[in-house]
Design a protein around this ligand. Structure first.
Ligand SMILES: [Zn+2]
Length: 370
């Protein structure tokens, strides 16, 4: 392989992030992200993947560190990103993905590079696209690690969805579409309906599997030695109230879960998402070494420029929201009125009311609702 094609492949890996492609098809014409990353020429990132299934590829990003990056335009087997870390004695897998086949795909990739036992698989948080494939690990005797609140959040969020009639789950959204006070509000609710409908379909097909190694946030950070290979598991506020990251300090590699959406608007819908907490978390990430490689929950692998980009998105949402807040625009109206600036038009989005709408209303709530 020539150097030029190696660089091209690396760049493809870094720019192939069309998060939630299938959802975009439902939600309407949302542009695919085409952001390039300065990491395109980083020699730590292998030019050739160890495996590429279309829906996801797995690539070495450091000694013993591998990233699984999804391309949802080619299928929803994995949907989120993940990866694994490998020491002399053991390996640790990251994410349960959206299907058991997705988790199996990653396990096979691990077995291409090492036969050491997997001490566990870590869900970075409870959301369906990171946990609906957990049953693979359960069936294969691999311990499932997660924030101590993950089991309850999966049970509370997805068990009722499995039991309920789909029409009943979607009915409140249908009603909001009927009652929408503006065309914008109606459009946003319609996109939300499409996205939620997909979530229900996925959850109904899933054998829900809960972590059997709950990690108490009071006991984090926790260092795990995989055999001359220390990794650190930490918790941070922001996306879901159950967010864990995995750092490999010696490789300057960080798996962040959905605390980073690379090339996309962050999903802020979770009842435990916190704007001030999330922005503080990103400030911490920005203080990490300038050569850090971040594996986000969705989108391309990024460096510090990816952290700066997401902070810029939050700054813009906060700035526009504050203007509306000061002008007395009520929260529900402001949630629909944020304007995507030209510079962010290429960002992906998992439907407005999963991302921007709740970001605005949560900011309002933090300021004291109007
Ligand atoms: Zn998430």
């Amino acid at each position: 392989m020539t150097h030029a094609s190696a660089g091209f492949n690396r760049r493809q890996f870094l720019t192939q992030a069309s998060c939630f492609g299938a959802f975009y098809a439902v939600a309407g014409a949302i542009p695919r992200t085409a952001m390039t990353s300065p990491l395109g020429d980083d020699p730590r990132i292998a030019s050739t993947p160890i495996v590429d299934a279309g829906f996801a590829s797995v690539r070495k990003i450091g000694e013993g560190a591998y990233a699984t990056i999804s391309d949802t335009s080619k299928g929803l087997t994995t949907m989120c990103n993940g990866g694994f870390v490998v020491g002399k004695d053991a390996a640790l897998l990251i994410e349960g993905f959206v299907t058991a086949n997705g988790a199996a795909f990653q396990m096979q990739a691990l077995r291409k590079v090492s036969m050491v036992p997997a001490v566990g698989a870590l869900d970075t948080h409870y959301h369906f696209d990171h946990s609906c494939g957990n049953s693979f690990y359960g069936a294969n005797g691999i311990q499932l690690w997660g924030h101590a609140a993950v089991a309850k959040r999966i049970a509370d969020s997805y068990s009722p969805m499995q039991a309920a009639d789909k029409v009943a789950v979607l009915a409140p959204v249908q009603k909001r579409i009927q009652d929408a006070k503006s065309d914008l509000a109606k459009q946003h609710e319609q996109a939300y309906l499409g996205a939620l409908s997909n979530v229900v379909d996925i959850v109904k097909k899933t054998t829900l599997t809960l972590p059997n190694r709950p990690l108490d946030p009071a006991e984090l950070p926790m260092t795990v030695d995989l055999g001359g290979y220390p990794v650190v598991i930490e918790t941070f506020p922001g996306h879901s109230g159950t967010d864990l990251i995995l750092r490999v300090p010696e490789q300057k590699v960080v798996f962040t879960g959905d605390l980073i959406f690379s090339g996309a608007y962050p999903a802020c819908f979770d009842e435990q998402a916190t704007m001030s907490g999330w922005r503080a978390t990103l400030k911490t990430f920005a203080s990490y070494d300038k050569d850090t490689i971040f594996v986000p929950g969705h989108g391309h692998v990024c460096g510090q420029e990816g952290i700066a980009a997401q902070r810029g998105v939050f700054d813009d949402i906060a700035e526009q929201s504050e203007k509306m807040y000061k002008a007395g625009v009520p929260a529900p109206e402001a949630a629909d009125r944020y304007e995507i600036p030209e510079k962010f038009k290429t960002l992906g989005m998992f439907s407005w009311n999963f991302c921007i709408g709740p970001a605005v209303t949560k900011l309002y709530a933090e300021w004291g609702k109007k």
